[in-house]
Design a protein around this ligand. Structure first.
Ligand SMILES: C[S@@+](CC[C@H](N)C(=O)[O-])C[C@H]1O[C@@H](n2cnc3c(N)ncnc32)[C@H](O)[C@@H]1O
Length: 248
């Protein structure tokens, strides 16, 4: 992981869960979307790559009994609950794919990569490497934002996001090239925040995208958000792509 990404998540780690704890319904909904696609059962061997603070690994572990939680950010991993069902490994997706951090090949029924694939530069190699970890019939689920989002951000942030975000269709094609049977689906969830709460999240740079703006640019962006959304609440649909690949 690059220095900028590491610095971003080191800074974000203490407030990461707080931002999402505000919306337990969202966590439930997203967990349901993941579970419906991964279709795990008790005893399945599962890896959460780019697990962050383990927000979703915790929920997966309730269904499988254990989850290997992999993330390159020590600060994020420090926030994974101290629970024997969550086995923490400090590594990147690239480390797993290259074998420099060794997980057994052909052994995992499920691998989750949620909102981390945009941090991976060589997606072909990494997705190919992760596919090799799957047991026959195993599932790789990449959860990611689409290339355009409805978040109440400032224009420059939307523009930058569109430039940088990989396309779920391209990720699906890469998964197909890795020999997986691919299904791409979308789901969305209506989010409502007090405008002040959302502005505080933007100030915390709750999206890694926002770490690309310096303090002055961010302050100008917050001003623009306030002008565009003068009401007490902001409402938007949080839409996600779910790229599922199944090993034969
Ligand atoms: C937006 S957070 C998502 C965390 C968690 N999956 C969730 O949904 O709450 C992105 C995570 O990806 C991790 N990350 C960054 N670069 C990575 C890489 N090359 N391989 C694996 N994880 C990476 C970050 O450290 C961070 O914890």
């Amino acid at each position: 992981m690059g220095d900028e990404t590491r610095a971003h998540y080191d800074h974000l780690a203490p407030v990461y869960d707080q931002n999402w704890a505000y919306s337990p319904d969202f966590l439930e909904w997203m967990s349901g979307c993941i579970l419906a696609r991964l279709r795990v059962k008790y005893g399945d061997r599962v890896v959460d790559v780019g697990c962050g603070t383990g927000l979703y690994a915790r929920r997966l572990a309730e269904h499988t009994g254990s989850v290997v939680c992999v993330d390159p950010s020590a600060r994020m991993l420090e926030r994974v609950p101290d629970d024997p069902r969550l086995v923490v490994v400090r590594a990147s997706a690239e480390d797993l794919a290259s074998g420099s951090t060794v997980l057994p090949r052909g052994q995992f029924e499920a691998i989750l990569v949620k909102e981390a694939i945009h941090h991976v530069a060589d997606r072909g190699t990494v997705i190919g490497g992760l596919a090799k970890l799957l047991a026959p019939g195993g599932r790789l689920l990449i959860v990611m934002l689409p290339t355009s989002i409805e978040y109440p951000l400032f224009q420059a942030a939307h523009d930058r996001f569109r430039e940088l975000q990989p396309s779920p269709e391209v990720v699906a094609a890469v998964m197909g090239d890795a020999g997986l049977a691919v299904d791409l689906s979308y789901d969305d969830f209506p989010l409502v925040f007090p405008t002040e709460r959302y502005v505080a999240m933007v100030r915390d740079r709750y999206l890694s995208l926002l770490s690309m703006f310096d303090d002055e640019e961010l302050a100008a962006g917050v001003g623009e958000i306030r002008r565009r959304y003068p009401g007490e609440w902001v409402e938007f649909r949080d839409r996600f792509a779910f790229v599922l690949g199944v090993a034969s």
